[in-house]
Design a protein around this ligand. Sequence first.
Ligand code: GLU
Length: 464
Amino acid sequence: MSDFDNNRPVTVRFAPSPTGRIHIGNVRTALYNWLFAKKYDGQFVLRFDDTDKARSKTEFADAIAEDLAWLGINPDVVAWQSKRFDAYDEAAEKLKAAGLLYPCYESGEELDRRRKLRLARRLPPVYDRDALRLTAQDRETLEKEGRQPHWRFLLPNFADTPFDTRRTEIHWDDVVRGPQTVDLASMSDPVLIREDGTYLYTLPSVVDDIEMGVSHVIRGDDHVTNTGAQISLFHALGSTAPSFGHHNLLTTISGEGLSKRSNALSIGSLHAEGFEPMAVNSLAVLIGTSHSVEAMVSMAALLEVFTPDFASRSAAKFDPAELTNLNSNLVHALDFEAVAHRLQAMGIGSDGAEAFWLAVRKNTGFVKDAKRWWDIIENGPEAGEPLDGDDLAFVREAFSQLPAEPWDDTTWSTWTNLVKAQSGRKGRALFMPLRIALTGLRSGPELADLLPLIGRAKTLDRQP
Ligand code: GLU
């Protein structure tokens, strides 16, 4: 990991909260940032949003870093928000002193009741800033009653008095969605500090973005409205706002949001199941964009087609079957070097391993499927496909005509030409009984490739 470099103009960050394993939707955000950084020779910060001490766990942070590394995302800098409370306290004090962060005492139920009342009166359901009317004495009384304040940021959406808001447009040119506008008068002053004194992510995030020189905040489009308030917060803290980009989110097939709780779709479980990282990366980036979903063989290949504004506006449905498909396409073309160590770990490490892989790869959806073919070659055909009457007699006869060694990739045609002439069989009637006798299966790799891998002695053992 290199040190942070202030001279690089593009700095992005991926800010997961370490409260679970990341899923393909989180990876979409991570990759949009990663590819953006690569495209502009920028740096990528992994920033753990772990201010919620109760729910954040080091194990999850470690697992997130591991998952990202497996996918090929290696941060230039790793930061932890839980180590930066002093900076957030300082920013909070600064805002309080400027009258921009004010204490509120309403309970959740109270706020809910008021929201409903406003809706019934056809007023926008925003917070009415009642707490700004409290005197010092009122506050003291409330606190004596045991109430603790939560703190809201006063949005700059008024001219003379905060009780008379007016349309205040915030504009930005979103790197994904193009020109955006939100009206600050249509939203409530955001709560920055909870009743128990803990920070919501908004203030720490802005403080860190300023301090780390984040140039582009790229994240899911569930944050579009927040961005209006956050841009004001950047200004309130005396800084210019970075650029923003909001990509569409992924949902399940039935349209529900992906959640860190749905462990089945976690990157950890996809890794354990044997998916190729580039299958995950290709789908995570290309789904829901104007580019077709294809298996990209490397991050460099993905980078060539990536442009943040190719994401569509609507949510994209994540279909695990599509991932399986991409995985097969990648595995079918993997070089031996890419799989050698994995084959070795499965006990496939002999001299013939390369020829073996090249023979079977088109018949594997996952690299781990190669083991099945290795077992067939080494240990004999799988049981279950009986040969009947004529076929049995034909196979017995054919096995007695096996060519002498040495065997190579011409042996199969030499052998089958011979038995074809003798038996008068051709096509399927000729090949299928031999395939079944050799492998126990009705389909599989080219027999011309398998035969020399099995070798004469082990072939003869298969004579029925
Ligand atoms: N932890 C926040 C989230 O995952 C970060 C949002 C942001 O990137 O600003 O939603």
